[in-house]
Design a protein around this ligand. Structure first.
Ligand SMILES: NC(=O)c1ccc[n+]([C@@H]2O[C@H](COP(=O)([O-])OP(=O)(O)OC[C@H]3O[C@@H](n4cnc5c(N)ncnc54)[C@H](O)[C@@H]3O)[C@@H](O)[C@H]2O)c1
Length: 426
């Protein structure tokens, strides 16, 4: 057996070829291919234009010379022809217990996850996993029965500063979380992207889209569960006339009474140093004193003034993050991806591959038991987000949608045997 076979490389199918696939997922998967974790790569999209962007990307081909993926639909298909169900055929054609990465609009995650589970695939899904808590429960149960691993791509958990805060909080060095503020304002130019086709008022909003990162992070750091959510939105029109929430403000109360205020939007100025706005400030109560953490997640100390407008949204002066995701020179071919975005995607793919490597020599029954046990260990460790350890996010997302569609009314979350949400009666 060769070294690579003994590592049991995984085939990976990415469903969705949009921005997150271009900026993060495909580069990470290419790197994992050249380091021996991943074997064949397929990308399935609704139509051919995003696949062509991925194939023709100078950034990607410079970083990963000679690497390629199989495109679905075939690139010879007309650009305006849509293939909404093609992913089902592609997933049905995979060998069992490989990996499916889901990177498509939020409201489509559930159907693709169920299809991937039906076809016995391990999964990495971009956040939010799904938009309803009962769907998380169904997914978690089915995945457990089949011994399939599911990671949810909350990459902020892999930022060193978040892991440091988690450690300090757990050691009692900060006190008890009492009040905090977070912000995540995505660039204005998102309004003219494919977002205008799916980021509509009835489907999602800035709180659900990016605010959920900071709610997850506060839960990750403190272990406190959110119990009350109120989100108000401000509507606007996309260039194609669709109406969406362009801004949102959410207030989340946690089980110990602590409050987190989260401001989100699709409106960070394109002409500013960007690429977006993001930060977290938390205050804590101690004995006779208070504690604090303050994370500036936007300006990470690096400023570039380019000769040409090659920065975010065509800008010349940029705050560049060395921490999230960069392609940098290394001693191998092309460039190497680094940062917490890389670590987060890689952690789930490597976990699925590790699980499969450990069960290769086992009987079917032993293999199932071992996979279930390894998945439970990941759930309990709580570093990689999984349906079992990040389900509070689905409750928050569901509560947030109910609140924003009711003009900011308070929605409560009850954690009984069957957690539930309800609109508080006025
Ligand atoms: N910070 C983050 O964690 C982060 C950042 C960006 C996006 N995301 C998440 O990633 C997901 C996608 O976002 P994006 O920015 O890439 O969006 P996007 O609009 O750029 O891309 C969506 C892609 O889905 C594809 N798609 C739609 N329907 C399909 C179908 N039936 N079959 C196959 N492909 C289909 C489209 O062709 C497109 O390529 C969303 O859930 C979003 O919340 C997460």
């Amino acid at each position: 057996m060769t070294a690579q076979n003994s590592k049991n490389q995984l085939d990976v199918t990415i469903v969705g070829g949009g921005m997150i696939t271009y900026d993060l997922i495909l580069p990470v998967v290419y790197h994992l291919q050249r380091t021996g974790t991943v074997k064949d790569i397929k990308v399935c999209s609704l139509d051919t234009p995003p696949l062509k962007d991925l194939k023709n990307s100078e950034m990607i081909s410079q970083a990963f010379p000679g690497q390629d993926f199989s495109a679905f639909p075939d690139l010879s298909e007309p650009e305006d022809k849509k293939f909404p169900d093609l992913y089902k055929e592609v997933l049905a054609g995979m060998k069992p217990r490989q990996m499916v990465i889901i990177a498509m609009p939020d409201q489509l995650h559930y159907s693709v996850i169920m299809e991937a589970l039906k076809n016995d695939q391990h999964i990495l899904c971009v956040k939010p996993l799904v938009l309803e808590y009962k769907q998380t429960v169904e997914i978690e149960k089915l995945a457990h029965e089949k011994g399939l691993f599911i990671g949810v791509e909350y990459h902020k958990r892999f930022d060193t500063r978040a892991l440091m805060a988690k450690k300090s909080y757990e050691l009692g060095q900060l006190g008890e979380f009492v009040i905090g503020e977070a912000k995540m304002i995505e660039p204005y130019f998102y309004r003219s992207s494919n977002f205008q086709n799916w980021f509509t008022c009835d489907k999602t909003d800035p709180f659900v889209y990016v605010g959920c990162h900071y709610v997850d992070l506060v839960y990750f750091i403190t272990g406190l569960k959110p119990v009350e959510v109120s989100v108000s939105g401000i509507k606007g029109k996309f260039p194609n006339g669709n109406e969406g929430y362009m801004w949102a403000n959410g207030r989340v109360r946690f089980e110990n009474g602590a409050l987190l205020n989260v401001t989100d939007g699709l409106g960070y100025p394109d002409q500013a140093a960007g690429s977006n706005e993001q930060n977290l400030e938390m205050f804590f109560e101690g004995e006779g004193k208070s504690g604090m953490i303050k994370h500036d997640d936007q300006f990470r100390g690096v400023q570039y003034a380019y000769l040409e407008g090659i920065g975010c949204a065509g800008s010349s002066f940029n705050f560049v993050s060395p921490d999230f995701f960069q392609l940098i020179p290394w001693d191998g071919d092309g460039l190497k991806p680094v940062g917490y975005g890389y670590m987060s995607v890689a952690a789930s793919v490597e976990m699925a591959q590790k699980i499969e490597s450990e069960v290769q020599a086992l009987s079917d029954e032993e293999s199932l038991q071992k996979r279930q046990q390894m998945i439970r260990e990941v759930d309990e460790k709580g570093i990689i987000a999984t349906p079992a350890n990040s389900y509070v996010n689905e409750l928050v997302v569901e509560a947030a949608r109910l609140s924003i569609l009711n003009d900011g009314d308070v929605v409560t979350i009850e954690y009984g045997e069957q957690p539930s949400i309800s609109l508080r009666q006025k």
